[in-house]
Design a protein around this ligand. Structure first.
Ligand code: DX5
Ligand code: ZN
Length: 221
């Protein structure tokens, strides 16, 4: 089995006590912190920018920060997030005029690049980019909001992504984002994902350790 990573999305965390909530979810067994950056332009919602990543770092959060940019344009923000302590930076190809350049900017800044494919974005987007990516992020909901239902056709897309990566002899991670819960995580893993974003499924529960342990139990089956 691959090494699975659980990445709680702080979109559903308590913004009034963010640092404590993030520390709590990491102590509960999370591997990575998923940071949803929305600009009310590329997506119809607004969250936060690099200063929040910096604040988490200054507060003593040392886990990898997985920045999911839902912003347009992309390039101007890359170095700001790198400087603020990001480890992974993912963006939507539709939001960048020059996708290869944006990937290269992320690599040059010292972060690990990922492309995000919306539910309707074809896998051919990966044809000439896959070799440069650390991960592919498949959206299993339309971006913009937490708490939406997993779109079932994503399972077939996961299988095809996995096949493409295997055929090329790569070990690119496959991250899944949207509607991931204890009761579907196993199916999602079997289809090829190895990094799981979960917002509402974790933060809407009183006991984070319990949900994360249940997710790991499903992944171990
Ligand atoms: C949606 C975000 C997700 C969101 C997932 O645009 O990219 O990361 O927080 O939330 P859940 O897990 O509640 O579907
Ligand atoms: Zn996300």
């Amino acid at each position: 089995k691959p090494s699975y990573l659980i990445a709680p999305s702080i979109l559903s965390a308590n913004f009034a006590a963010l640092g404590d909530d993030v520390k709590k979810v990491l102590e509960a067994g999370a591997d990575v912190v998923h940071v949803d950056v929305m600009d009310n332009h590329y997506v119809p919602n607004l969250t936060f920018g690099p200063i929040v990543c910096k604040a988490l770092r200054d507060f003593g959060v040392t886990a990898p920060l997985d920045v999911h940019l839902m912003v347009e344009p992309v390039d101007e923000l890359i170095s700001a997030f790198t400087d603020a302590g990001a480890d992974y930076i993912s963006f939507h190809p539709e939001a960048s005029k020059h996708v290869d350049r944006s990937i290269q900017l992320i690599i040059d800044s010292g972060c690990k690049p990922g492309l995000v494919l919306n539910p309707a974005t074809p896998l051919s987007t990966l044809d000439y980019t896959l070799e440069n990516l650390h991960h592919v992020l498949l959206m299993s909901v339309n971006p913009g909001f937490g708490g939406q239902a997993f779109i079932p056709s994503t399972l077939e897309k996961l299988r095809q992504t996995k096949q493409m990566i295997t055929e090329r002899g790569l070990n690119t991670r496959i991250e899944i984002d949207g509607g991931v819960k204890v009761d579907n995580i196993r199916q999602i893993a079997e289809a090829g994902a190895d990094m799981f974003v979960a917002g509402s499924a974790i933060f809407n529960q009183p006991d984070y350790s319990k949900v994360i342990a249940e997710m790991r139990q499903q992944l171990a089956l």
